[in-house]
Structure formats: structure tokens, C-alpha cells
Design a protein. Structure first.
Lengths: 132, 358
């Protein structure tokens, strides 16, 4: 068997987890919307949509699509920048281990897994995904 | 749920110490070259999870069953993590992780423990480990196994994450500790029973506040004094006075930072007043002891769109467009009879509904 790098598969798992976290956040907004906060319907739907986009990017990584790699890195850089800003601002944002893992560690890990020359070349030619 | 339980902190330190050790051990093993990076990463994370469980033994010696389970779980994790070249490693490791996650959910459901940050971080680690164990890697997995593994990863992992999160959240909200009176609100620490002096001081504060805010029963007077409403889509609304907030008055009955109005059919009806401190974690004076304990809202997902909010999920995420923040300590004074007393964190929704209907 032709053994290849498993970094895209690792990034796939992390993106899938991140997508699930966004979906959970989106779903959690709906009870509050029912309680009389109408804007939360839109924010909940937007969160679920973002989760769906992350899943699409994750599948694109498995298919070694260069565009998915690029957009996944951009998405994670945006998330990381936002999370770091929240950490620095004195607004009482949560700095617990789960928050650090989810909002800092996870995006950072995806960026590290997908960056570099080796990954650029691995994503140069898309391949059909067998057994999916 | 968002705190670190003192007897769990040692588990976190054990896990952090184990990480570099696990990485060095993995690096020293030549067999790792025959395995995909996802398996190696899963093995390292299993060692970390095992170290967390073993680290918790020392603070749970009084709970024999829990301590034994931690020992068995820790040894199983670390032992299995080293056997990653074994033919049946994937199913065995996945079964161990699943058993640990479901075991923990059962444990907290039965009330043996309450979820905290160490437990949640460990479950998060285990969910990621499970994904790394199951995900097939091109060139390593047999085609026959791939479809089966993909089904587990793509549907089972998100479902398990969703179920675990919902269960932990539900249990956490249903069983708050003494300092967390309701979701997102942390109470100021006070003595347990009010002394006669504290009862008198609380009564005086109530009388002074009620008398000073009497003109604001007419919301036009409140508006003229600089109070402005937040979102009016809820049954009640906080009206805040930005100048008073900025000035930093401390529990001044003549200048409460906020007023609470019910949004009745006939216009705003004054329900109570609210004192607020300027800075997070800075609780105000507490003349009435347990009767006038301040509270601070933490881990609120706030969105400027309509000034609406939700609670942060156990995975520390907020809906898109909202940010996680804490609100500086506050003390309400309610002018309608409510079950928690005149200084309760919340006014009963039935009271607000009755006022709204009036």
C-alpha cells in the first residue's frame, strides 16, 4: 500500500469536532429565541451553517482539495485571532482549559497540520475518495 | 461546570506533565514509523488521559470505588496507548474510550460527581482521541474497513459529542452548587444565616431604595433621569443609566445603576432597582449578609444585535455573532413579592407575567 501523510485526516477530525461545537452553540440559541429573543434565531442558524461549511471543508481535506486547505487555514486563522482578542480584552471571557482547547488549541492544531511545503504538494492534485 | 474543582486540579497538572513524556516515549519507539500519525497522536492523547485519571486518585482516596475506577482507567489507558501496533488496537482503544465517556456520564447522572473544567477537558480530549483512532488513513486502512470506519467517524463522533455535551449541560444546570444560584450567576460568599443587625440593615436598604425610586414608577421620569431600556422583546427589561454606571456609585439608593420594568400592555411597570459594580469580580458591600448577596453573571454569550444573550455551551462556544463575557456584580431590589425575597437574583416569572397581564 502507498502510505501517505495522515495530517489531512487529523485535520478532518478536528474540523468535524469544531463543526459539532458550532452546531451545539447554534442549537442552544433556539430556546432563548423562543423565550423572546428573536435575533437569536438568525444567529443559531448562522452557527449551524458555519458548522456545515466546516464539514464541507473537512471532506475537501480528505479529497486533498487545495481550495479546501486554503479556506480551512483562513477560517482557523480568523477563529484564532478572534479567540486571542477575547483572551486579551478585559471583558471577563472564559479562560478555562476547555475554552483554551476549543478556541485556541483546536484552530492552532488545524493550522499547524495543514501548513508547510509538504502539505501544499500533498494537496496539489485532488484524488477520489474511496470507501467514503 | 466552568470552574476547576479543587480536588480535580491535580489531574490537570498530571495531564500537562504527561504530555511531553508521552511525546518523548513515542519519538523513541521505532515502531511508530509503521503507523499513521493519527494513531500516534491518539496514543499520546490516551497517555495524557490516563495520567489525568491516575492524578485524580490521590484526592479521591476517601471514595474507594471512585479511586479504584480511576486507577483501572488510568492503567488501561496508558497500557493500551503503548500497544498501538497491536492488530486489534483500534477496536480495543475505541471501546475503552467509549466505556470511559459513558461511564463518566453515568457517574455524574447518579450524582457521584459534578462536571467541572477538568472533567470536561478530559472528555473533550477523549472525543478527539476517539476520532483519531477511528479515522481511516489512505494507504493504511483496508478498503473493506474504510466504509465502516467512515460511518463511525462521520456520524457517530458528532452524535456522541452532541449527546455528551447535552447530558453534561443538563446535569450541570440541574445540580448547581451553593455558589451558583441559577445558570450563569455566581453568588457572593456570605455567612449562612443573617444576624438581627443584618436583617435590620437589609430592611433599611430596601426602604431607602423604594422611597428614592418611587418617582420612576412613571417611566418618563426615569427617561428624564437618563435611564434607557435594553431589548424590550422579553417580559421585563433592564433600563440602565450610563452616567451612573460610569460614575461608579456604590449601592447608592438615590442613584441605582439600573431599573427593571415589566413590559405590560399599558407600558413599562416598575418592578425593581438594580445596583451594579464597575468591575468584574468586585462584589459590593453586603450590609444584609446572605439577604443582600450580590451576584455576577459569568459565561454569558452576549450579542449586540438587540442586546440578546444565551449561555455558553459546555464546549465553551457561543453562537456566531455573540461573544463570551461576564457582567460585573449586581444586586436587585424587587418591589413585588417574589419567592427569593426582595433581593433575589431573579424575580419570579409568574410575578412578571401577572404584572404584564394587569
Amino acid at each position: 500500500m502507498d502510505k501517505q501523510t495522515s495530517r489531512p485526516e487529523g485535520a478532518f477530525v478536528l474540523l468535524l469536532m469544531q463543526a459539532t461545537f458550532w452546531a451545539v452553540a447554534g442549537l442552544s440559541a433556539f430556546p432563548f429565541a423562543l423565550a423572546g429573543q428573536p435575533f437569536l434565531v438568525g444567529l443559531g442558524l448562522a452557527s449551524i451553517l458555519l458548522g456545515a461549511v466546516a464539514v464541507l471543508l473537512a471532506v475537501g481535506l480528505l479529497k486533498r482539495r487545495a481550495r479546501s486547505r486554503r479556506w480551512a487555514i483562513r477560517l482557523e486563522i480568523t477563529c484564532l485571532a478572534g479567540s486571542l482578542l477575547l483572551l486579551v480584552l478585559p471583558i471577563g471571557a472564559n479562560h478555562g482549559p476547555v475554552s483554551l482547547m476549543t478556541n485556541v488549541g483546536l484552530p492552532l492544531a488545524v493550522i499547524l497540520l495543514l501548513r508547510g511545503k509538504m502539505m501544499r504538494s500533498a494537496f496539489a492534485a485532488p484524488v477520489a475518495l474511496s470507501g467514503f | 461546570m466552568f470552574d476547576i474543582s479543587p480536588d480535580h486540579a491535580i489531574g490537570l497538572y498530571a495531564g500537562l506533565l504527561a504530555l511531553p513524556v508521552a511525546l518523548i516515549v513515542m519519538w523513541l519507539r521505532p515502531a511508530r514509523n509503521s503507523m499513521p500519525g493519527t494513531v500516534q497522536a491518539a496514543s499520546v492523547l490516551m497517555t495524557v488521559s490516563g495520567a489525568i485519571h491516575l492524578g485524580l486518585v490521590s484526592t479521591h482516596l476517601g471514595e474507594r470505588l471512585t479511586a479504584v475506577l480511576f486507577i483501572l482507567n488510568g492503567i488501561a489507558y496508558i497500557g493500551l496507548a503503548q500497544m498501538f501496533t497491536w492488530r486489534w488496537w483500534r477496536p480495543a482503544a475505541a471501546a475503552l474510550v467509549l466505556a470511559t465517556i459513558f461511564g463518566y456520564l453515568g457517574f455524574i447522572a447518579l450524582g457521584f460527581d459534578t462536571p467541572d473544567q477538568v472533567a470536561l477537558a478530559t472528555k473533550l480530549l477523549e472525543l478527539i482521541t476517539l476520532g483519531l483512532i477511528l479515522v481511516p488513513v489512505r494507504g493504511y486502512a483496508r478498503p473493506r474497513d474504510r466504509a465502516y470506519s467512515w460511518a463511525l467517524v462521520a456520524s457517530g463522533l458528532p452524535l456522541l459529542t452532541l449527546v455528551s455535551g447535552a447530558a453534561i449541560w443538563g446535569i450541570g444546570l440541574a445540580t448547581p452548587d451553593a455558589q451558583h444560584v441559577h445558570a450563569g450567576a455566581v453568588l457572593q460568599a456570605t455567612n449562612a444565616v443573617a444576624t438581627p443587625e443584618q436583617v435590620a440593615a437589609a430592611a433599611q436598604l430596601y426602604a431607602e431604595t423604594k422611597a428614592a425610586t418611587l418617582p420612576y414608577q412613571d417611566w418618563h421620569q426615569a427617561w428624564a433621569a437618563g435611564y434607557r431600556p435594553g431589548s424590550t422583546s422579553m417580559p421585563s427589561t433592564h433600563w440602565m443609566n450610563a452616567a451612573y454606571v460610569k460614575a461608579g456609585y456604590v449601592m447608592d439608593p438615590n442613584r441605582p445603576e439600573g431599573l427593571v420594568y415589566a413590559n405590560s400592555k399599558h407600558g413599562p411597570v416598575l418592578l425593581g432597582a438594580m445596583f451594579q459594580m464597575q468591575h468584574i469580580n468586585q462584589f459590593g458591600p453586603d450590609p444584609g449578609g446572605p439577604l443582600t448577596a450580590w451576584h455576577q453573571h459569568e459565561n454569558i454569550c452576549f450579542t449586540p444585535l438587540g442586546f440578546e444573550f444565551t449561555f455558553m455551551t459546555p464546549y465553551a462556544t457561543c453562537p456566531l455573532g455573540s461573544i463570551d463575557l461576564s457582567v460585573s456584580p449586581m444586586l436587585h431590589v424587587w418591589f413585588y413579592k417574589t419567592s427569593g425575597g426582595p433581593f433575589a437574583v431573579d424575580i419570579d416569572s409568574s410575578v412578571v407575567a401577572a404584572v404584564d397581564r394587569s
